[in-house]
Design a protein around this ligand. Structure first.
Ligand code: G16
Length: 544
């Protein structure tokens, strides 16, 4: 008989989930009872827990193993019937989503802080996904937050740690634990979506690719699929072993943190195709020889050409993008007569549209793209669909991108992040910006004239739920746009994100320098929001 301890706690006040679950410094999560309080709140708020199946796994970052053992013991103490956990405690975020759906689980708990750095001084995170496989909706995350502030104790089984090093079966009391190969189900699903034969033939013909797994969770998935199943040469995948501190790197697949990959792709003997993914495997970066593909452009290319992959051969039902993602995908949707939706930032907002069959494809500027195959963005999936498009079209990625611009026009795009600014300063900046919106239309800033300005509010077309204050957007008559919002995933101070774009229809002007094209939009954003004066920053921390 396994004994259950009920441990009294004083509630924490800082456990409100952000854009994607609860993300904090590791040191915060290591406070006594911190993980337990949040997990108990989840278990208290989820309906139908008794006897149910949960999926548990993480990106392998520092503290992953300890947190999983705690969750297993708490799940057993709270009446969960079965937990499916990845061997080594590893599961990518899209693999969790797939397992929840395939195994008809009640939900899943993902341990990750995504693209944020790991290690003892890095970040950690816990996120709950519901039975459709996607992130919990705001109604549930708010209920969890309320519960963290009111609960008085948690339940945990008094049991030894469970060996998770290889697939097999275990138990804590009456709760079964199934330890699964993290890659197997996911790889099998990919075989049903993309044309493996075509990609195999591509590699057999000498096509060279570099995939940087950034010492994060995607390594084992990429090695199995790209090298073992598709025949890419050994060594195609680099940084393939997941490390608790990601080898000291920042596992964010963007031109700044994947600089080595970008340099290789710009070099004299560049591979034919380059890609990377993030800490938990849901983000992707696509790089053509000599050409970085902006995530918003990648989404637009996939919208136009995904039907070359077997799963989308009948066409797409519709597409969606988050507010700050460029409008490139809208242009494809308009040309093809597809419904297009604009949602707030956060993958959870796509779930209802996918479930209702209104969209097949969705994506975000923050290097996330996905489809109706799971309810998370999926890094390796995006890379495989690109490979499928290259294999079936017979064209290189840079040619595909340039032809896309010729057909639809180019949305020059950049994001400026101002990290770790004082929270009060950031809140004040946003509040004043919101207050100024009514007076902006008609005014000119450095050659650009404001056409409209508002604070984005989203009404979910499926369930009618309303999400307000999701970002300030300013449209200029010159077909340019700037969006301002505060990040919901940072762990210290506030991060102001400024998203800048300008449309260029003429093919003769598609090879310009992005920073030069966007300079007037940057100047207008500065004049409107007074970022420098308020934050004391003369330049963004990160430009992507
Ligand atoms: C998460 C969300 C994404 C969002 C991104 C950035 O991604 O799932 O929807 O675009 O954060 O959010 P923010 O701008 O609020 O920092 P991930 O990969 O970190 O889970």
């Amino acid at each position: 008989m396994t004994e259950i301890d009920t441990v009294s706690v004083t509630p924490f006040s800082d456990q409100r989930p952000g854009t994607s679950g609860l993300r904090k410094k590791v040191a915060v999560f290591r406070q006594p009872h911190y993980v337990e309080t949040f997990v108990q709140a989840i278990l208290d708020c989820v309906e139908g827990l008794a006897g149910a199946t949960l999926v548990v796994g993480g990106d392998g970052r520092f503290f992953n193993s300890e947190a999983i053992q705690t969750i297993l013991k708490m799940a057993a103490a709270n009446g969960v019937g079965r937990v499916i956990v990845g061997a080594g405690g590893l599961l990518s975020t899209p693999a969790v989503s797939n397992l929840i759906r395939r195994r008809k689980a009640l939900g899943g708990i993902i341990l990750s802080a995504s693209h944020n750095p790991g290690g003892p001084d890095g970040d950690f995170g816990i996120k709950y996904n519901v039975s459709h496989g996607g992130p919990a909706p705001e109604s549930l995350t708010e209920a969890v937050f309320a519960r963290t502030r009111s609960l008085s104790g948690y339940r945990i089984a008094r049991a030894p740690d469970v060996a998770l090093d290889k697939p097999g079966q275990a138990a804590i009391g009456a709760m079964a634990i199934e330890i699964v190969d993290p890659v197997a189900d996911y790889a099998q699903m990919m075989e049903t979506i993309v044309d493996f034969d075509a990609i195999r033939a591509l590699f057999a013909g000498g096509f060279r690719m570099r995939f940087d797994a950034m010492s994060a969770v995607t390594g084992p998935y990429a090695v199995e699929i790209l090298e073992r199943r598709l025949g890419a040469p050994a060594g195609t995948v680099i940084n393939a072993v997941p490390l608790p501190d990601f080898g000291g790197h920042h596992p964010d697949p963007n031109p700044v943190h994947a600089a080595d990959l970008i340099a290789e792709m710009n070099g004299p003997d560049a591979p034919d195709f380059g890609a990377a993914s993030d800490g938990d495997g849901d983000r992707n970066l696509i790089v053509a020889p000599g050409l970085f593909v902006a995530p918003s452009d990648s989404l637009a290319v996939l919208a136009a050409l995904a039907p070359l992959a077997p799963a989308y051969a009948d066409g797409l039902a519709g597409v969606a993008r988050s507010l700050p993602t460029s409008r490139a995908v809208d242009r494809v949707a308009a040309a093809l007569g597809l419904p297009a939706y604009e949602t707030p930032t956060g993958w959870k907002f796509f779930a209802n549209l996918l479930d209702a069959g209104r969209i097949t494809l969705c994506g975000e500027e923050s290097a996330g793209t996905g489809s109706n195959h799971v309810r998370e963005k999926d890094g390796l999936w995006a890379v495989l669909v690109w490979l499928n498009i290259i294999a079936r079209s017979g064209k290189r990625a840079d040619a595909i991108m340039r032809e896309h611009w010729s057909t639809y026009g180019r949305d020059y795009y950049s994001r400026h992040d101002y990290e770790e600014i004082d929270t009060a300063v950031a809140d004040g900046l946003m509040a004043d910006l919101r207050a100024s919106l009514g007076g902006l239309p008609g005014r000119s800033f450095g050659g650009l004239t404001v056409e409209s300005a508002d604070d984005f509010s989203y009404t979910d077309p499926v369930d009618g739920s309303v999400s307000q204050r999701q970002g300030v957007r300013i449209l200029f008559r010159e077909d340019a746009r700037v969006v301002f919002r505060l990040s919901g995933t940072g762990t210290s101070g506030a991060t102001l994100r400024v998203y800048l774009e300008r449309f260029e229809p003429h093919p003769g002007r598609h090879g310009l320098d992005t920073a030069t094209v966007l300079a007037p939009v940057v100047a207008a954003a500065e004049a409107i929001a007074q970022i420098g004066g308020r934050t004391g920053r003369t330049a963004p921390t990160v430009v992507t």
